[in-house]
Design a protein around this ligand. Structure first.
Ligand SMILES: [Cu+2]
Length: 477
């Protein structure tokens, strides 16, 4: 019983944390809290794959009869979780009176309050029902419990063929610095695999690093013309042993438009030797020795370096310590960085990135806003987890934190907190300035979800949010 009430306190704290985080969201960036909480959405509310953005469903209403084309009837199935509705946007064929089933799969009480005052409330785990009259103009709904709407519990029912009613998730808070409008036709982002690669075999490594200038969806609805190492942002994680020789063959294909270069922080070389820029059509060898262990940044240093880094040219090197790492159950590599959006399809905005008080449109892990919120990183419960974390910047610090966990090991820039230290100290957040890296280890205490954030919470609503999922993600079974 104590354990159960303790869980509820923890869940309430998490809810508050997330609520505060999401209050900072903007209408334009439209982050939503739509991860699959315990209990899948009813099948009827799931839209065909790829047809709509995440969290948006079509034809959630079940028509009562084809005779009712002009005056719709049926059932709206809406689920509440902590903190959002699933689906948050529903489209029906016609105005009319609809039955509503409201299922609360969250851990705290929620309600479904429509703009006309119709309110259906459900305790955790309960399902309630009622009716709502949906006018031709559609109707919006929120959870009326204080803070919940601001944290993302908003939605709308739209009648097909009519303009959307209000906004399904226009969180309060400061407006973004961007004047770039989301493109509803932007391609879905490509998930970056956060699994840390194995250490390379052997002691001498010849590695091709090919610069690719290409378009990339950096957040839902936003495409930028990024510059990359090997086609991804971040570039590939390069993992070697202490003492290895790394021979990087940097290639700048003739099809590119700009000169580029690379700077490996794990190396000790002259800046005006290995790090010089090469033009499109050129390649050069950058040879270095892994003299020190740690998590290291690499990036393009071609002027203006700020633009080349902000536009995607960075990555992580892991140099294993003497004797290697002990085996753990899961290893992930996470690179925090910022996007200063330029116009759709253009490179990022250097002027925005250059200001003394930069306000990134997105702060992200591994290049894409919220990708591990949508696709949680799965770990075994009570399993050992190692994270390699780098702040690539270019400008903003990270206070790397995973809600609900304590780091038992932190090796940051050569400074070590180790498990079973004499005072039994632990760590809650790791401060990383741009270019700093850390090795972090933890154990998840129970099945459940553990949000991955920078604890600079103004950025969590701007994309710096992921989830670690232990077991099935549900602490209640
Ligand atoms: Cu470059």
């Amino acid at each position: 019983m104590n354990r159960r009430s303790g869980q509820h306190v923890a869940q309430a704290v998490l809810v508050l944390l997330v609520a505060f985080a999401l209050m900072g969201c903007s209408a334009q960036t439209r982050p939503t809290w739509t991860y699959a909480a315990a209990g899948a959405a009813p099948a009827a509310s799931v839209a065909p794959a790829g047809s709509t953005p995440a969290g948006v469903a079509v034809a959630s209403a079940v028509p009562g009869s084809s005779d009712h084309a002009a005056h719709g009837t049926g059932t709206l199935a809406i689920e509440a979780f902590d903190l959002g509705f699933k689906p948050s946007a529903l489209t029906i064929d016609a105005a009319g009176t609809y039955a509503v089933t409201f299922k609360n799969t969250g851990s705290i009480a929620h309600d479904l309050t429509f703009a006309d005052g119709t309110k259906i409330a459900a305790e955790p785990g309960a399902t309630a029902s009622g009716n709502v009259n949906v006018p031709t103009a559609g109707i919006t709904f929120i959870c009326s419990i204080p803070g919940h709407a601001d944290a993302g519990m908003k939605g709308a029912v739209t009648v097909a063929g009519q303009a959307a009613t209000g906004s399904a998730d226009d969180h309060g808070g400061p407006a973004p610095a961007t004047n770039v409008a989301a493109d509803p036709n932007a391609p879905k982002y490509t998930l970056y695999d956060a699994t840390a690669p194995k250490v390379l075999d052997g002691t001498v490594h010849d590695i091709d690093l090919v610069v690719q200038e290409k378009e990339m969806t950096v957040a839902d609805g936003f495409v930028q013309a990024v510059w990359t190492f090997d086609g991804t942002v971040p570039g590939p994680v390069i993992r070697v042993h202490l003492g290895d020789t790394v021979r990087v063959h940097l290639k700048n294909p003739i099809t590119n438009t700009l000169s580029h270069s690379v700077d490996f922080h794990a190396s000790q070389v002259a800046w005006n030797d290995e790090m010089t820029s090469i033009k499109p059509g050129e390649e050069k060898l950058y040879e270095w020795h892994a003299d020190y262990a740690g998590v290291w940044m690499y990036h393009c240093g071609t002027a203006p370096a700020l633009h080349h880094i902000a536009n995607g040219m960075y990555g992580m090197v892991i140099v294993e310590p003497k004797g290697g790492f002990k085996t753990v159950d899961r290893e992930f590599a996470l690179v925090q960085s910022e996007w200063y959006l330029g116009p759709q399809g253009q490179p990022v905005d250097l002027a925005k990135a250059s200001t003394g008080n930069p306000a990134p449109d997105y702060v992200v892990f591994n290049g894409v806003a919220n990708q591990y919120k949508d696709n949680p990183l799965k770990v075994p419960t009570k399993g050992t987890v190692r994270l390699f974390v780098l702040d690539a910047g270019p400008n903003i610090d990270s206070s790397f934190h995973i809600v609900g966990t304590i780091f038992n090991t932190v090796i940051k820039e050569g400074i070590q907190l180790t498990p079973n230290n004499p005072g039994h100290f632990g760590s809650q957040a790791v401060d990383l300035s741009p270019a700093q890296g850390a090795i972090i280890e933890l154990v998840t205490p129970e099945d459940g979800l553990y949000p991955i954030v920078t604890h600079a919470f103004n950025f969590v609503g701007r994309g710096a949010l992921g989830l670690l999922q232990a077991g099935d993600g549900d602490p209640k079974n």
